[in-house]
Design a protein around this ligand. Structure first.
Ligand code: ARG
Length: 611
């Protein structure tokens, strides 16, 4: 079903020879619902006199199947008269046809229900033939998205904010790629700043070559803790009036970082090693989540020349000003009352987080010429990104209109048994083990799993991810291992269970795939089956909607609705034991459900299990 002609041929085979009306916004080859939408929009345009291209987008999909498959809010058409009366009048004029049942006027709405047989005949073959691509559209063709996510800090603890950024960023990358965007996945490491001076000074004093090679992230973190404790001790000493012996830790760190910023090769050598070892370790852990970054960039990679150039523009345009030897931007002066003041250059000439982000954005635009750039960063940095985007705008960098901040709330209580989360590794291990314990509780099923450790690890990862993606991004949530590893309720394990159960039906029914693909779909008649079918048909619209909301929950919520329908249909829509032709048709429906579930799970970053 690659072209509109294919769709037309398919309709002809089903006894519809009238040419399908064409709409700019329709994507009939990727979205079966758009076939119905095109027909209904054309007829409604004739009836109402409203421009057809305006009518088309007014036909919205519904969250609640009882309200129809498509719904038209009459007031949206801005036609004089009582919307209720118009709705009642128009449904009477709607012609008899093969696409939809007679429309229903409900108050000021008109509800359209698809003809279930035609829906089955258009949707199921589309799902089965498109398989892994069902749900996708081509909206990103020829376009490039740079997605920056995870962006961990070397030598600092990995925190929940990084976990969320990793999960949401990987998800967005998958969805964009699914819809034909060229995606650049970028990890913008926190690998620059005074803390590296601190780290180097402490490493030279008490670090161990051996430990660094063994587990760089752990060792650097230990050094980091040590260094910070030393700073605190010194501060306490000074407070008590005790003189320090020699230079303070902070002064040494500052001097070291200054050397780094000045490009001193010796100072840079150590830092370079820290960075490289950390990246190697990061790659392994991201690999456990099937995430691969195209680029490990970082704060250190921003060129001083770019920052100097940016600084010059800011000065010339009167965006920045001097303040006690430092350079600042006083946002209220430029009409941005809520953004306060921000330092962009310290007294000693060194740069800051914000300065580096300004340079990084400019360089990324030059290098990648993106159509969209997404920053997946916690709401705690709303102000920072707002300041960044505003500075770029004031500088006249038009590409700022292509930049998006995808933010998210906090996770409470993400700790491992030992308390400190140093890296993602430890969280994945711990949830995997908890998952394994839960699985053991059902010995019957547990015995059937060939590689329980691996499956527990996979389902454990699903547990973490789905817990993270169930609510809206902006919401905070508690990290609750017991709840997330449950097979009941809206959890990752529940989705995995639903997938495994569909695989099991397929195995037990043992019907060869070609017979499933050629099943007589008019035999799908039970209300539960039709409800499921109508939900499966919505998947391409769910994807389109996700590209608008940039919310994983748009898909997760849909999946929970779909899998609940699934589980209530098993009792009635039996495959095993049914008459052969009926069994084949039902299997086609369930295999379609499995495809949708699997596609959606993969977009979310999950690996669907078969048992
Ligand atoms: N490394 C930062 C942190 O952990 C996040 C970086 C976000 N991205 C950016 N371009 N500022 O807080």
């Amino acid at each position: 079903i690659g072209s509109i002609d294919d769709v037309q041929a398919m309709l002809a085979e089903l006894g519809i020879s009238d040419p399908l009306p064409k709409f700019d916004a329709a994507s009939v080859t990727t979205n079966p619902i758009d076939i119905f939408r095109s027909y209904v929009a054309e007829e409604m345009s004739k009836i109402t006199g409203v421009n057809r291209e305006l009518l088309y987008p007014a036909l919205e999909w519904t969250q609640n199947m009882e309200k129809g498959d498509l719904i038209l809010a009459v007031p949206r058409l801005r036609i004089k008269g009582d919307p209720k009366a118009l709705a009642a009048e128009w449904v009477k004029q709607f012609p008899e046809n093969k696409y939809v049942l007679p429309p229903v006027a409900a108050n000021q709405f008109i509800q359209f229900f698809f003809n279930p047989t035609l829906l089955a005949q258009l949707t199921i073959p589309s799902i089965l033939s498109k398989a892994g691509k069902y749900g996708a559209n081509h909206s990103g063709a020829g376009k490039k998205a740079l997605i920056e996510f995870s962006s961990v800090n070397i030598a600092k603890p990995f925190h929940a904010g990084h976990l969320r950024s990793t999960i949401i960023g990987a998800f967005l990358s998958n969805v964009y790629e699914f819809c034909d965007w060229e995606v650049v996945r970028m990890n913008y490491l926190g690998d620059w700043g005074k803390q590296f001076g601190l780290l180097a000074v402490e490493y030279e004093a008490s670090g161990s070559e051996e430990k660094l090679n063994e587990d760089p992230i752990q060792h650097l973190f230990d050094i980091y803790v040590k260094a910070n404790n030393r700073v605190k001790e010194e501060e306490a000493q000074v407070k008590d009036g005790v003189a320090l012996e020699g230079e303070s830790m902070n002064d040494k760190a500052r001097a070291y970082f200054k050397k780094m910023e000045d490009g001193d090769p010796k100072a840079l050598e150590l830092w370079e090693r820290f960075r490289e070892l950390s990246i190697v370790k990061c790659e392994k852990v991201y690999g456990r989540l099937n995430i691969k970054f195209d680029i490990y960039s970082g704060e250190s990679q921003v060129s001083p020349d770019t920052m100097a150039m940016a600084s010059k523009i800011m000065e010339e345009k009167g965006i920045s000003e001097d303040s006690e030897g430092a350079k600042i931007v006083d946002f209220p002066k430029h009409g941005y009352k809520k953004l306060g003041k921000a330092i962009i250059q310290k007294k000693d000439g060194t740069t800051l987080y914000l300065t580096r982000d300004i340079g990084a954005a400019i360089e990324r635009h030059e290098k990648y010429q993106f159509d969209q750039m997404i920053y997946v960063v916690s709401t705690q940095q709303d102000l920072h990104l707002d300041q960044l985007f505003t500075i770029l705008k004031l500088m006249g960098m038009d590409f700022v209109s292509k930049c998006v901040h995808v933010n998210f709330g906090l996770v409470h209580g993400m700790k491992t048994r030992t308390g400190e989360v140093v890296f993602l590794d430890s969280i994945l291990d711990e949830v995997g083990e908890a998952m394994h314990e839960v699985m053991k509780k059902n010995q019957d099923k547990y015995q059937q799993v060939e590689n329980p450790d691996e499956v527990a690890d996979t389902i454990g990862k699903s547990a973490i991810m789905i817990q993270d993606m169930t609510g809206k991004r902006i919401n905070n949530y508690p990290f609750d291992i017991k709840r997330m590893t449950s097979f009941e309720g809206d959890t990752g394990p529940y989705l995995q269970y639903a997938h495994a159960r569909l695989c099991s039906i397929l195995r037990k029914a043992n019907i060869p795939m070609p017979l499933i693909h050629t099943a007589d779909l008019t035999l799908i008649t039970e209300p539960q089956a039709i409800l499921l079918l109508r939900t499966l048909a919505q998947f391409p619209d769910v994807i389109t909607n996700t590209l608008k909301t940039l919310e994983p929950t748009t898909i997760v919520n849909y999946l929970f609705k779909m899998t609940q329908l699934l589980s209530s249909s098993y009792e009635v829509v039996k495959v095993v034991g049914s008459e052969e032709n009926v069994a084949r048709a039902r299997m086609a429906l369930f295999e379609s459900a499995r495809t949708v579930l699997s596609n959606a799970m993969k977009l979310l970053g999950l690996t669907p299990v078969e048992r």
